[in-house]
Design a binder for this molecule. Structure first.
Ligand code: ZN
Length: 237
């Protein structure tokens, strides 16, 4: 039975790796699939994972119509059994409806991967429609962790080292791994170009806007992070 499945989790929880694995598994069984991505970190039309795997795909522009694309393939004699849809939070609600229609009327299996909420802790329109329409929504088991060690549930945007909760919904940046942050803040700083990064946090630290950087700055010594929540007041909005 064909189905539309939405695999979700925070940034950095291995979604793209699973997407590539899913493609591999189905292709190995002789099924024909297409891979889609949007604003992927490797640049246009690549599905890449943090583990270094990559596979070419089709870039999803706002005017791409999944229904038209797949039916055209079928008309040209090219079989399509499944779609891998990465970064699906960036798709339009209309595109998500096209995906549901392909499952129902063409019998395709559709595996969508994406995060649910943006840096303001509000649902992306594409993710909202996926949650509404998917046969199943699966929360991935590979859990990303907040700097405090708790399961990370929120995606924070950090602009020039400061967590922000307002701004455009889509700004593609890096998920800081803590390794090149010193370089980024150092000599090669380009004047006028804000550095946008993302960091996953637990809800407590998201609400307190306490990123790993802020935690370090607030700690009495570099070895002791402020695990005591009283040291991290909830900011006034
Ligand atoms: Zn935390």
């Amino acid at each position: 039975m064909a189905e539309l499945v939405f695999f979700t989790g925070t940034m950095d929880c291995g979604k793209s790796t699973l997407a590539l694995q899913m493609d591999h598994n189905h292709a190995a069984r002789g099924r024909a699939g297409l891979i889609f991505s949007k604003h992927d970190r490797a640049g246009q039309a690549m599905l890449s994972s943090r583990l270094g795997l990559a596979r070419e795909g089709i870039e999803v522009t706002d005017d791409l119509d999944f229904w038209d694309l797949v039916t055209e393939q079928a008309t040209n004699g090219r079989r399509v059994d499944y779609l891998i849809c990465d970064e699906a939070q960036f798709y339009t609600p209309d595109q998500v409806e096209q995906l549901a229609r392909l499952v129902d009327e063409m019998g395709l299996d559709i595996f969508a991967f994406g995060i649910t909420a943006d840096f303001r802790a509000q649902l992306f329109p594409g993710s909202r429609r996926l949650i509404e329409l998917a046969d199943r929504t699966e929360v991935l088991q590979v859990e990303a962790l907040c700097w405090c060690g708790k399961t990370a549930t929120h995606n924070a945007r950090v602009v020039d080292g400061v967590m922000v909760v307002e701004g455009d919904q889509i700004v593609v940046g890096d998920v800081g791994d803590g390794e090149d942050e010193d370089e980024a803040a150092g000599s090669d700083g380009q004047v006028g170009t804000p550095v946008v990064e993302y960091e996953v946090l637990c809800r407590r630290h998201y609400m307190r806007r306490m990123t790993s950087h802020a935690a370090l700055a607030a700690s009495p010594t570099p070895e002791v992070l402020p695990f005591d929540l009283d040291l991290c007041p909830v900011p006034q909005r």
